[in-house]
Ligand binder design. Structure first.
Ligand code: ZN
Length: 261
């Protein structure tokens, strides 16, 4: 394989790498997490941008890049070709416990912490661990957490992961349901804009003939008027309300509970 092929978008875009991954990663007994992970890999292969800044490293591309960097580093700078010079500006290889890791080249002025390139088969786990560690916070915070250590995880990938995160979907569903139960307070702006009427049942301790108390309250001022009732018939309630309205004025809205009273 020629070294130039690694940077060709056409090469990266071929479907062959997708099938290779499916074969490598799909065990005979597919457990649920494995399926989630493989579906995720398929999706990020589909949404990657096919430019030279393509952030998706298939294992093939990852290993080829490491090889190219290692070879270029062995040459004296005068003997490096244009591609090698360009690659060395972007990438570096760290050998950690006998394993080569592709990292971002540290430039003089910027942040000097090591940023790893994550090969595609590890993207799912890297996002999952970061997202879980920060307590399922949103895209922005998850991406910020990942970017402390990783060079090539994109917002689109994080967005995709969170949109399929079980815990987050449960959390997202909850407020929608409970918001229907939230009682919105009634706001009155003026005296007489809303009057509330209710009956208090005093049948267990009547005062002579009077067995109920009619309670009328102006919602804005909380001004309250009480009337004794002998019964809770519509006629008697209406008579007393009319008496109140003709004395103090009638409300724009008369509110009562939906009881039979
Ligand atoms: Zn989550």
């Amino acid at each position: 394989m020629t070294s130039a092929s690694i940077l060709s978008p056409a090469k990266i875009a071929t479907a062959s790498s997708v099938t290779t991954f499916s074969k490598v990663l799909m065990p005979k007994t597919v457990n649920k997490n494995m399926k989630l992970k493989n579906d995720f890999i398929d999706k990020i292969l589909r949404i990657r941008n096919e430019s030279l800044n393509n952030p998706v490293f298939t294992l093939e591309r990852y290993n080829q890049t490491i090889e190219l960097i290692n070879n270029a580093k062995l040459k004296s700078s005068a003997r490096r070709n244009d591609q090698e010079i360009s690659l060395l500006k972007t990438y570096d290889v760290l050998n950690l416990s006998n394993q080569d890791k592709l990292v971002k080249k540290i430039q003089g002025s910027e942040d000097t912490s090591i940023k790893y390139y994550v090969p595609i088969n590890e993207v799912y786990d890297v996002i999952r661990i970061a997202h879980f560690n920060i307590g399922h916070r949103g895209i922005k915070y998850t991406l910020k957490e990942i970017k402390k250590k990783c060079a090539n995880i994109t917002e689109k990938q994080v967005k995709l992961f969170i949109s399929e995160c079980n815990e987050c979907n449960i959390k997202r569903a909850k407020p929608k349901n409970s918001s229907k139960l939230v009682v919105r307070p009634i706001i009155s702006n003026d005296f007489h804009s809303r009057g509330q009427v209710d009956l208090i049942d005093m049948q267990s301790s009547p005062d002579g003939k009077f067995k109920f108390i009619l309670n009328y309250q102006d919602h804005f001022t909380k001004f309250c008027i009480l009337r004794p009732l002998k019964s809770k018939t519509a006629a008697e309630v209406a008579y007393n309300l009319l008496d109140i309205f003709t004395t103090f004025g009638a409300p724009a809205i008369l509110q009562s509970d939906n009881g039979r009273e």
